[in-house]
Design a protein around this ligand. Structure first.
Ligand code: ATP
Length: 451
């Protein structure tokens, strides 16, 4: 984990937010490499989830919503986490994440019941934890309005998907969807998380990709199973996370929210053990009935095929971008020794890599060579993410590109000037091949376009 965190900083993937002020716990910025990788992930999700699906509608909701929506959803009363304090190092620890503890949350009141008390040893310093449990609501508050005394309390989204239920009526009325249909969104969420320190895994500001799929109640079970399969396949075949690092985990009876029928998580094998990457939940019609009750608006729709009124059931898939980003880096990090020298590379899927092609003129003082290399750069950068790199020996430039996961390096040398060919070096195998400049786009595009 330390190697990934350090690579992220060193190579411009992720920076601690406000670092010059000492940072802000649980908040990160994505640097020049990171933002490319993050955007590639988002574009891949959007392409596969929205554009390629006839019955899924995209949405981009505001971060601020009517505060009543958070009362309806149960977040104001029930979005709580328990914590205990360490007597020695003063850290705040979530007991429900410790060995031997079993707690159950009442989702309506936000109160937790201790079913089994586990060890009282602090996982950070080995000191003693105080047995009293305190509860914290993790919703982040803000206020709307400019005049003191006339400000309205509002909340930053505790989960990104909530506005989908509020816009559901607009989508039904303006897009005339037929059941089953889905609404998909990538958006920010904010939580005052108590236990941090796992890099992008748990942050206070993060992004989620969510699908809320609206189905006839009688078809919900089948749709649920299909979505579980679809999401597993997406992580393994498109993001290309290794199957050995993924597993299914079903929520136990004591963990399942009272209105949900079933809930499974796709877990990733993080350096500290298995933990949630994405949740796939069978939620019944709770979200629509709650928002309907609080707003006074009927959120049922007309099912044309059956010619009847229905409040659809909801299948939800909700995953975190930060967690996927982090998992992908953990999954693709490689170290090897070649002829006594260490090589680090990120074996990222080529279409997700932050730099897809590096153009390397062999000698940077040769004007003719540089002119040719720059011409190739200018042409390729209109189609791909390309970097022009002339600093240092070619060997060092290869290593630099390997470390950020650049799948293809193109070297321009004296032979290029004679026969208009360049060398393409592939990152993982390090195999080199000479090809005609004219064939570069045709050769590279199939690897670099999003699948
Ligand atoms: P956990 O218990 O692991 O914190 P959760 O059950 O609270 O997660 P959900 O509310 O189901 O998470 O959110 C859906 C997804 O959003 C999670 O699977 C995860 O990928 C992401 N996510 C949730 N909380 C955070 C966070 N604090 N930082 C980064 N990603 C998060």
């Amino acid at each position: 984990m330390q190697k990934i965190v350090s690579l992220c900083k060193r190579k411009g993937f992720v920076y601690a937010s406000s670092e010059i002020y000492g940072g802000l716990a649980g908040i990160y910025d994505f640097g020049p490499r990171g933002v490319e990788l993050l955007n590639n992930l988002k574009n891949l999700w959007w392409k596969n989830t929205v554009r390629e699906q006839e019955n899924i509608y995209g949405l981009d909701g505001a971060i601020l919503m009517h505060p009543k929506a958070w009362e309806a959803s149960g977040h104001v009363a029930g979005f709580t986490d328990p914590l205990v304090d360490c007597k020695d190092c003063k850290s705040r620890i979530r007991p429900d994440k410790l060995e031997g503890w079993k707690l159950q949350k009442d989702n309506l009141t936000g109160d937790w019941k201790v079913l089994e008390q586990g060890s009282l040893e602090c996982p950070l310093c080995g000191g003693e934890l105080l047995p009293e449990i305190r509860y914290f609501n993790t919703l982040m508050e803000t206020s709307l309005g400019v005049i003191e005394g006339e400000k309205t309390k509002a909340y930053l989204k505790g989960e990104s998907c909530q506005n989908i239920y509020l816009d559901y009526k607009n989508i039904v009325e303006t897009m005339s969807p037929k059941l089953p249909f889905g609404i998909a969104q990538i958006g920010k969420a904010f939580r005052n998380e108590i236990t941090l320190g796992k890099f992008l895994f748990k942050t206070r500001e993060f992004e989620q990709w969510d699908i809320e799929y609206f189905v006839r109640p009688s078809e919900a079970k089948k749709a649920y199973e299909a979505w579980k399969q679809t999401r597993w396949d997406w992580y393994t075949s498109k993001v290309k996370l290794s199957e050995k690092n993924l597993r299914w985990r079903q929520h136990g009876k004591d963990e399942l929210i009272f209105y949900a029928t079933d809930a499974w998580d796709i877990d990733y094998h993080y350096p500290w053990g298995w933990d949630e990457l994405e949740g796939i939940h069978h939620r019944g019609n709770y979200d629509l009935t709650q928002q309907g009750k609080f707003s006074g608006i009927d959120l049922s729709m007309h099912d044309e095929e059956k010619d009847q009124k229905v409040t659809p059931y909801i299948i939800e898939t909700s995953g975190g971008l930060g967690r996927t980003f982090f998992s992908l880096l953990l999954d693709s990090y490689r170290e090897e020794e070649i002829k006594g020298r260490d090589r680090i590379y990120l074996s990222l899927p080529p279409y997700l890599a932050p730099v897809q092609i590096a153009i390397l003129p062999l000698v940077r003082t040769d004007q003719q060579l540089v002119r040719t290399a720059r011409k190739i750069y200018e042409e390729l950068k209109r189609k791909f993410v390309v970097e022009y790199d002339e600093q240092g020996t070619v060997g060092r430039r290869y290593r630099r590109q390997d470390e950020i996961g650049t799948p293809f390096c193109i070297t321009v040398d004296s032979q290029t000037l004679e026969d208009e060919t360049v060398t393409i070096r592939e990152r993982d195998s390090m195999k080199q091949e000479r090809i005609k400049i004219d064939n570069l786009i045709a050769e590279l595009a199939p690897h670099l376009e999003l699948p």
